[in-house]
Write a protein that binds this ligand. Structure first.
Ligand code: MOS
Length: 722
């Protein structure tokens, strides 16, 4: 449907259900263990066999021989999938490396075989008996060393002439920052159960983007799209790691086809870091020029990252196009071919690592200028896209985020001179950073049904990756149809349902509820027509539809047959007229042990301006989770590259450190009371990625304020402070 904001009252604005802090409607299923995650789909298909993935032991080269005899003879083994018996496999357009390698090996732990057996333990035991001989080829694994051969990548912007503006700036900063490779580390591993019936494949899996997965799987297997069904009702975390087809899905499908059995595969935890995607490391050089009064006159941001051949750069310069006013600017990206595993999107790709650098640079510049870091950002605010000044932001209230945050956090108590505040053996400090993330709008469809009991059922292939999609979709339908939440049922994550926006790029909440909104508008029209009301006057409230002094209960209006409607929405003009973005400010207080350099976070505050907040409870959970992730990015997260052997060394949750509860004592989130009618009929935006953007820099700036030690290389482990 082509959607125009309706004249008159938008039913969603009643805010009887939308905008109310609401517990997750599927929460009890999760806390009682009755929600079925992919690997727990025991009863969807009979006689499930178990697959165990064998990953390549070299980063680059060829398999010269594979001896499967001993593995095949092991107890319980049904078959072994390799490139030799897998059949013709295409490559999904969103995958850079092939999901089943061999004879060519493109990266370490690329899947090269799947051992299928009656039990998991038998498959695992037999996998140890697979003998593989390789001919290794040299590869490139060191980003910094590869910079000499990096190629310019498209995607930067030029405004005015940067070099002369920078050269003539009275106050200058030129600094280089680095961010490491990071792993999504979702709690639930990638997992799938595959079953074939009459040439049609069904995959119960854990995937963020159902329509992409179904289309890409069909292409990879050379099937008509309608012969693939993807089902993913519950997902134990994604963070971008489950945006695309992964090897568990493909290998389960191929093994099921080969063996005639249903096959389940969970990617073993130690394979995840090197077999799946990761956030690529970056090296970023930032040059800022400013007047003594603090007006930025020149902004230069260059970023280097690497990926396998055919891959893409980490778009770490993205926010630098939009964030600060006026100045001449040049942003550029360079891409190296690296033979490490495939790089790709991880929560707030681009802005998350980009702001890790830019927001330290802004802190450094504020200090050079002798201007408070909050004031420095306020001075350089803009209401238009600086690279296209005729294009205003649909809504931008960064200044209120900054001012509110400073006031609530007690920023005025910060000592601007670093290393001055002691408390026993601890050095205390405060830091802040700006949050920015684009608000992407993408098409989304849904189907809604009203039955003779007055129940409303919503079906869409939208996913809930732990974010609260079930709940905000139920709230949307309840608000639109004038029923309480317990009169709404929500079914998600099935490619048989209308294709939604899916969970990616923080567009899921706003776009998927907009699709539900559109379908509800149609259902309201159908109901009004059925009972003989003019749909313009029909009011949906208290489980009935009313017009004038006549009211018909919805159950009665639906009749025995029920009523159904489906619609799709693509809102806005894809950013042509307005720049769509979300904004925030992060404030952090830390203490650093003066003797050991150990950093502890004392408190954190985020203030976010992100349109209407559909469910303040689940939105808050998104933001505090993201803030926690930002602490991880600042202090501990790093896939350590073995630049000799070409792989990520710490490839499990013991070696890849993320914060635990004890690391995060106190977090607060404030949402500005805001609506953005240019974003969607819901007037909402995304918050899930915004919450991460700028956090790590705020922590780094707080550490500087505490210690006087400026670290430009993430993570800020204690060795870098001493
Ligand atoms: Mo997100 S990195 O698009 O899941």
């Amino acid at each position: 449907m082509k959607f125009d904001t309706p004249a008159g009252i938008n039913p969603i604005d009643q805010l009887k259900v939308i905008g109310i802090p609401t517990d997750r409607i599927e929460g009890p299923l999760k806390t009682t263990g009755t929600a079925r995650y992919a690997y727990e789909q025991y009863d969807v298909a009979p006689h499930q066999a178990y697959g165990y993935v064998v990953g390549a032991a070299i980063p680059r080269g060829r398999i010269t021989a594979m001896d499967l005899a001993a593995a095949k003879a092991a107890p319980g083994v049904i078959d072994i999938v390799t490139w030799q018996n897998a059949g013709e496999l295409g490559k999904g357009p969103r995958n850079t490396a092939r999901l089943l390698g061999g004879p060519e090996v493109q990266h370490y732990h690329q899947a090269i075989a799947l051992v299928v057996a009656e039990t998991f333990e038998q498959a695992r035991a037999a996998a140890q008996l697979v003998k593989v001989s390789y001919e290794a080829q040299p590869g490139t694994f060191d980003l910094d060393a590869s910079r000499k051969t990096a190629k310019p990548a498209s995607g930067g912007v030029t405004v005015g002439t940067f070099e002369p503006a920078y050269d003539s700036a009275p106050v200058k900063l030129d600094a280089t920052y680095s961010t490491p490779d990071q792993s999504h580390s979702a709690m639930e591993p990638h997992a799938s159960v595959a079953q074939w019936k009459d040439g049609r494949l069904t995959l119960w899996t854990s995937n963020q983007m159902i329509a992409w997965a179904a289309g890409d799987m069909a292409r990879t297997l050379g099937l008509p799209r309608e012969n693939v069904r993807i089902v993913s009702p519950y997902i134990g975390g994604g963070f971008g790691g489950k945006l695309f087809l992964r090897s568990d899905m493909l290998l389960a499908a191929v093994a099921a086809r080969l063996t005639g059995r249903a096959v389940k595969v969970a990617l073993q935890r130690p394979l995840i870091a090197n077999n799946t995607t990761h956030r690529p490391a970056t090296i970023q050089r930032i040059r800022l020029g400013a007047t003594p009064e603090g007006k930025l006159t020149a902004i230069g941001h260059e970023s280097w990252s690497g990926d396998l051949a055919g891959g893409k750069p980490e778009t770490a310069v993205q926010q630098t196009q939009y964030l600060y006013a006026g100045a001449a600017r040049a942003t550029k990206m360079y891409l190296s071919v690296l033979d490490l595993p495939e790089g790709n999107a991880m929560r707030a790709p681009g802005e998350a690592p980009g702001l890790m650098a830019l927001e330290i640079a802004m802190d450094e510049m504020a200090e050079k200028l002798g201007i408070d870091p909050v004031e420095f950002r306020v001075i350089n605010d803009t209401q238009v896209d600086p690279s296209a000044p005729q294009r205003p932001f649909s809504k931008r209230d960064l200044v209120t985020c900054l001012r509110t945050g400073a006031e609530k956090f007690g920023w005025d108590k910060r000592n601007p001179r670093p290393g001055q505040s002691r408390q026993g053996g601890w050095l205390k400090g405060m830091g802040m950073g700006v949050a920015f993330r684009n608000n992407l709008l993408t098409a989304s469809a849904a189907r809604v049904r009203l039955d003779g009991q007055g129940m409303v059922t919503v079906e869409t292939d939208m996913t809930d990756i732990g974010t609260g999609s079930y709940t905000i979709i139920a709230q949307t339908a309840a608000e639109m149809m004038g029923v309480p939440l317990n009169k709404v049922r929500v079914h998600l994550g099935d490619s048989d349902f209308p294709a939604s926006a899916g969970s990616g790029g923080q567009w899921g909440a706003n776009c998927s509820t907009s699709g539900v909104y559109a379908a509800c508008v149609k259902l309201r029209e159908a109901i009004a027509q059925k009972v003989g009301f003019n749909s313009g006057d029909a009011v949906f409230a208290d489980g009935a539809v009313r017009s004038g002094n006549r009211a018909v209960p919805l159950a009665e209006a639906a009749g025995a047959q029920g009523l159904e409607a489906e619609d799709r929405i693509q809102f806005g003009d894809l950013g042509k007229t307005y720049q769509q973005s979300t904004f925030g400010a992060h404030f952090v207080e830390v203490r650093v042990d003066a003797a050991t350099g150990e950093t502890r976070i004392d408190r954190m505050l985020a203030v976010c301006a992100a349109g209407r907040i559909l469910n303040p409870k689940s939105a808050r959970s998104q933001v505090i989770g993201a803030m926690t992730m930002g602490v991880g990015g600042a202090l501990m997260e790093e896939l350590a590259v073995d630049a000799g052997r070409g792989f990520f060394v710490n490839h499990d949750l013991a070696g890849y450190e993320v914060p635990v509860h004890a690391d995060i004592p106190h977090q607060e989130v404030i949402f500005l009371d805001e609506t953005d009618p240019l974003s969607s009929p819901m007037k909402a935006k995304g918050v899930g990625e915004l919450g991460l953007c700028g956090v790590s820099a705020a922590v780094a700036n707080a550490i500087y304020n505490a210690t006087g030690v400026r670290v430009r290389d993430y993570p800020l482990t204690l060795d870098k402070l001493i």
